[in-house]
Design a binder for this molecule. Sequence first.
Ligand code: MTE
Length: 301
Amino acid sequence: MRGAASGLAVAGAAALGIDRLADVVSPRVNALAATKLETVKSSLTTTGEQLTAYKDVTSYNNFYEFGVEKNQPSQNAGGLPIRPWTLRVEGKVKSPKTFDIDTLMKLKPLEDRVYRHRCVEAWSMVIPWIGYSLSEFIKQCDPLPSAKYVQFLSYYDRKVEKWTSESTIDWPYSEGLRMDEAMNPLTLLTFGLYGEVLPNQNGAPIRVVVPWKYGFKSAKSIVAVRFVDKQPRTTWNDQNSGEYGFYSNVNPNVDHPRWSQKTERRVGVPFYEQRRTTLMFNGYGEQVASMYNGMDLKRNY
Ligand code: MTE
């Protein structure tokens, strides 16, 4: 993606200070990583796909708050303060509330859900996430009829996320969904992966996962869910609206202005198996296509 951030990225270890060089050699680990979660099987899990290795899921990341290179989030996100953590509910709701993360994790049974994960940059993975449908949470929020969209805001503290100064993004990271998209059972409020709590670099302690959309719609480390009546501002659309639309449904028929979206590279598989055909709605059309009936998906990219 890079966009406006390109050219400002740190080139490599040589450009790093000594203390950060130490982190490259021996990445910091976060205190809660590897905490196991009790889960139930999900009827919405994707079958027939080989899972991407844990090592790849947790070391090849996009989390610009911790650097723009794929290997930086796993090296730099150790300082994310994941406890205590609260999620604010605000905007068009009966009354604003705050949920504690440990309460949220007990609100509904945590499900194991395998999803394909397709980045707009044309790489993909298959990840066993853990969470429950965002709709279950939204029901607890009492949104008003005037709530037409849901906005998600990520944690932002530039003392912790020093790398935010390396890009022109207007922090905090913001994403949004139309209300029906947010209520679709596939949209996952996510607390873990591979049977354990989320590693910081994957958006601990709570993120959203929207499997039929490009990965950037899935905001990490969220601190607020805001119900709004108008389409909210979203980070990548703000950065370059010609390249990143609000909808950003995975669509092999609409190329990114700088590259094709017809195929993708599956991360972590042998070279000759990497290239895959990209599926409409990332293969989730049966569950989501009807939400876009009559809509011009070329214009609403
Ligand atoms: N959320 C925040 N707060 N900051 C980010 O930079 N990157 C997005 C998305 N959520 C991003 C974010 C992008 S571009 C992708 S592809 C996915 O997170 C990557 O998720 P993963 O690293 O768990 O694979």
